[in-house]
Design a protein around this ligand. Structure first.
Ligand code: AMP
Length: 214
């Protein structure tokens, strides 16, 4: 099962991704996580990506496409994968389709989660992420049992550098101008489901399992 999660920052892609990969036993591939890992480790890729990420802008297509394809070539993607945060431009989507076609594969489902802007801003600015395992929480919507501590692994919860109001506003703008055109691209391909991200994480997950099947 080859899946893509689409939607603006703060729509709940990360939360759904965690539930989807657990149920369907496929790897969760987040290009944002790959970049953050590289920043943490001080790699050349991390340094390049950080300049864009700090401003809420997109990392150039050529760079992202290369790291996504490298990741998709790994053994654990043979039976399927869930892409979260990739593709983000039509150019990336075209490159992904070409890459998969070469491998005799295709995108099976695109899940588009939509949420209105005031709610997105509330979710992004209240988001807290575990530094160790990447699990996400929200200060009011999904608080951890102990403030600042990850329920899953005991790691420290932090606010992402790009989860400030200004950067979040820019990321939403960037989504509207550069990523939204992808909805038309996949509408034409006929494999996209449009989902309301305001119905609560459990209700949304039920809808997703109805689409993906048991
Ligand atoms: P995310 O964790 O998906 O919200 O991504 C965080 C940041 O990483 C984005 O704001 C971009 O700067 C960068 N990024 C992640 N994925 C991509 C992508 N597919 N194309 C371009 N930039 C990306």
């Amino acid at each position: 099962m080859n899946l893509i999660l689409l939607g603006p920052p703060g729509a709940g892609k990360g939360t759904q991704a965690a539930m989807i990969v657990e149920k369907y036993n496929i790897p969760h591939i987040s290009t944002g996580d790959i970049f953050r890992e590289n920043i943490k480790n001080g790699t050349k890729l991390g340094k390049k990506a950080k300049a864009y990420m700090d401003k809420g802008e997109l990392v150039p297509d050529s760079l992202v496409i290369e790291i996504a394809e490298d990741r998709l070539r790994k053994e654990d993607c043979k039976e399927g994968f869930l892409l979260d945060g990739f593709p983000r431009t039509v150019e990336q989507a075209v490159a992904l389709d070409a890459f998969l076609a070469d491998e005799g594969k295709k995108v099976d489902h695109v899940l588009d989660i939509d949420v209105d802007k005031p709610e997105l801003l509330k979710r992004i600015t209240g988001r807290r992420v575990c530094q160790a395992c990447g699990a996400t929480f929200h200060v009011t919507g999904m608080p951890p049992k102990v403030e600042g501590v990850c329920d899953k692994c005991g790691g420290e919860l932090i606010q992402r550098a790009d989860d400030t109001v200004e950067t979040a506003e820019n990321r939403i703008e960037v989504y509207n101008s550069q990523t939204k055109p992808l909805l038309d691209y996949y509408d034409r391909a006929g494999n996209i489901a449009h989902l309301d991200g305001a119905i609560g994480k459990d209700n949304l997950f039920v809808k997703i399992t109805e689409i993906l099947g048991e």
